[in-house]
Design a protein around this ligand. Sequence first.
Ligand code: GRF
Length: 196
Amino acid sequence: MKNIVILISGSGSNMAAIVRTAQTQQWAHRLNAQVSAVISNKAEAAGLAFAKEHGIATAVIDHKAFAGEPQPREAFDAALMAEIDTHQPDLVVLAGFMRILTPSFVAHYAGRLINIHPSLLPAFPGLNTHARALDMGCKFAGATVHRVTTELDHGDILAQAVVPVLADDTADTLAARVLTQEHLIYPKVVAQLLAA
Ligand code: GRF
């Protein structure tokens, strides 16, 4: 059995898309794969409820609990790795996971760590991608699935989706249009990597 562990911080709609397509398109069955766990750094992450309802193990590792440690990022990542590794993951999927990861975390999951970013990388790494695309007058926007390296929002590009920017777009309307595409490309990449 191939194990997928998904990390979230918020609504988890990309995580839900992966779980849904794994079932409805039957690739989980075909590839003998399963979403083994959904882990969040925030107890209030809405996606945790969806995961529980679908019988998926969940865990919360609150990054704030490590604030007093001499090296809080390292301590948080070590705890996160320990939790992830109980599921023996073939793939660790970042889906709206809003933490910068340490080099040791990235090295530990080398070759099996991917992220989705709501821009056409290498344009607009970091936050507020849709507002920045609108400010620049971009005519197209989109999302990128990429391998994770120690440099934020870099790493080999595995898939991209492009959407038009419309004249009356706000950051929210553009984000919603991009998100519908994210839900299509992310599950596809997950299935492709597990099949390889
Ligand atoms: C998505 O736009 C994703 O590209 C970015 O954070 C957002 C997460 O949304 N990394 P969700 O939690 O999957 O709904």
